[in-house]
Design a protein around this ligand. Structure first.
Ligand code: ACO
Length: 326
């Protein structure tokens, strides 16, 4: 029987020009390159310049993804933008992107699931496409976390960076089995609000009328991360019948090298299949997965037909996985 698959037809990313190295951070707070590299694997991150908003990064990533897809902006009838650092409280940053791209049809909205945002956005767009509610979607992860960091808190300001990445998904008819053919094979989303105060921003329009700063119990996040990541990946393996050996690439949320290494090891994923960009990008929250995908597509690692496993875990807590045949 024929049904609809959401197929990735374009991929693009954008990083702000300004780079902030660990050595530069060590001049701002009491930290060192050694400490940051040892605990996180991060060496540098990109920082948006004054006047450069989340939507500006998102538009550049979206344009690159459309170019890669050889599509015009007018072909898009859905924009799902994952961010925790919108330009404004409202309207959605997605409508600023829609306007900048000259799109007037379809729907555009933001989705907020912190570092898991891109996985939640992909799963959401996939449901729209498979139900027939949309035909071509731009799925974007874009962040300016530098704007919500407390630059005096060495426990958090060394971890994050700014950037954006985007995929173009197209609804295409599919015949055949669950794991044959291109497109999103399965997605699994989870949340547990009992952990909401372990990683949060201490402001908001309804509570403090301010934007606030990111606060985190780093050890608590670390403690839960590997188990949660493993659970949703096992869900993806069970749903598809695939296993660590049958995937071609593992593209995890780029929070921390130690979390990525521990998750890959627990799942027995060959380290040679792990795409790692945290060293150069830092943790760009909802942007980290499409940024990493763009790097691995650009350098020729991810090719058409490859099975790519994506996962993320973040504030809420939220966590999820997506398995896609590229
Ligand atoms: N430079 C130097 N020393 C530091 C720094 C720093 N940047 N930050 C903290 N320290 C100090 C602490 O003050 C503490 O000193 P003390 O022993 O004198 O009190 C010491 O280092 C140990 O601090 P911990 O917080 O216990 O350090 P830990 O080994 O847990 O590493 C880290 C901290 C890197 C944040 C770790 O907990 C971690 O990776 N957690 C996961 C957090 C994460 O990745 N969050 C991203 C968002 S969620 C997500 O995306 C999955």
């Amino acid at each position: 029987m024929s049904h609809i698959r959401s197929v990735v037809v374009g991929c693009g990313a954008y990083l702000p020009e300004q780079v902030l190295t660990n050595a530069q951070l060590a001049e701002m707070v009491d930290t060192s390159d050694d400490w940051i590299v040892q605990r996180t694997g991060i060496r540098e991150r990109h920082i948006a310049s004054e006047g450069e908003y989340t939507s500006h990064l998102a538009v550049k990533a979206a344009e690159a993804a459309l170019k890669d897809a050889q599509m015009a902006a007018q072909d898009i009838d859905l924009i799902v933008l994952a961010t925790s650092t919108p330009d404004n409280t409202f309207p959605a940053t997605a409508v600023a992107v829609q306007h900048a791209l000259g799109i007037t049809q379809g729907a555009a909205f933001d989705l907020q699931a912190v570092c898991s945002g891109f996985i939640f956005a992909l799963a959401t767009a996939d449901n729209f496409l498979r139900s027939g509610a949309a035909r071509r979607a731009l799925v974007i992860g874009a962040e300016t976390f530098s704007r919500i960091l407390d630059w005096n808190d060495r426990g958090t300001c060394v971890l994050f960076g700014d950037g954006a990445g985007a995929l173009v998904l197209e609804a295409q008819p599919h015949e055949g089995g669950r794991i044959e053919g291109r497109g999103i094979l399965t997605s699994h989303l989870r949340s547990d609000g009992r952990h909401k105060s372990k990683l949060y921003v201490d402001g908001g329009p309804s509570s403090t009328r301010t934007v606030g700063y990111l606060r985190m119990e780093g050890r608590e996040v670390f403690k839960h991360a590997v188990g949660m990541i493993t659970d949703v990946i096992v869900d993806a393996f069970n749903a598809t019948g695939l296993c660590a050996d049958s995937i071609d690439w593992f593209v995890p949320h780029q929070a921390n090298k130690r979390i990525i290494d521990a998750s890959a090891q627990k799942l027995r994923i060959d380290p040679g299949k792990v795409v790692m960009t945290v060293e150069r990008h830092g943790n760009t929250s909802a942007a980290s997965i499409p940024l990493a995908l763009a790097v691995a597509v650009e350098d020729g690692r991810i090719k058409r037909g490859d099975v790519v496993l994506l996962e993320a875990m973040g504030g809420g807590f939220t966590w999820g996985s997506v398995m896609v045949r590229w």
